[in-house]
Design a binder for this molecule. Structure first.
Ligand SMILES: [Zn+2]
Length: 133
């Protein structure tokens, strides 16, 4: 399947403009698995491949378990984002399924904030809360 979603936002070019290469990322945290939060996980290069090939991708186990089952329902039959943005990350063997209260480093930790989705998390970075929607 191919995606019909626009993928022309120049985020990688913008990172390159400030001297950051996609190969330099070592961690991607997916706060939840809605399409607008995982669509950048991969790039279509003949097939869907991880955008950040040297990174570990952190998915909250509860979130993954919910969407793995939810995706089987007919609500998702018209949107292949599961296959193009999540499955290739698992296929690459670079997913870490974690608990929603994980401390990643001394300065970065997850906080469970269910509601938007069952396994939704906020990310605290040096005391600042990043709140995805
Ligand atoms: Zn969302």
């Amino acid at each position: 399947m191919t995606s019909t979603r626009p993928r022309r936002w120049p985020y990688l070019e913008r990172l390159a403009a400030v001297g950051v290469k996609r190969e330099e990322f070592n961690l991607v945290v997916c706060t939840h698995l809605h399409v607008d939060h995982v669509g950048w996980n991969t790039q279509l290069v003949g097939r869907w491949l991880p955008t950040f090939p040297r990174a570990r991708y952190v998915f909250v186990r509860k979130e993954w378990e919910f969407w793995r089952e939810e995706y089987k329902t007919e609500r998702f039959t018209g949107d292949p984002y599961y296959e193009d943005s999540i499955v290739p990350i698992f296929d690459a063997g670079i997913v870490d399924l974690v608990e929603s209260d994980l401390r990643l480093t001394d300065e970065v930790r997850l906080e469970p904030t269910p509601g938007h989705t069952p396994g939704h998390v906020c990310v605290h970075v040096s005391g600042v809360v990043v709140t995805p929607s």
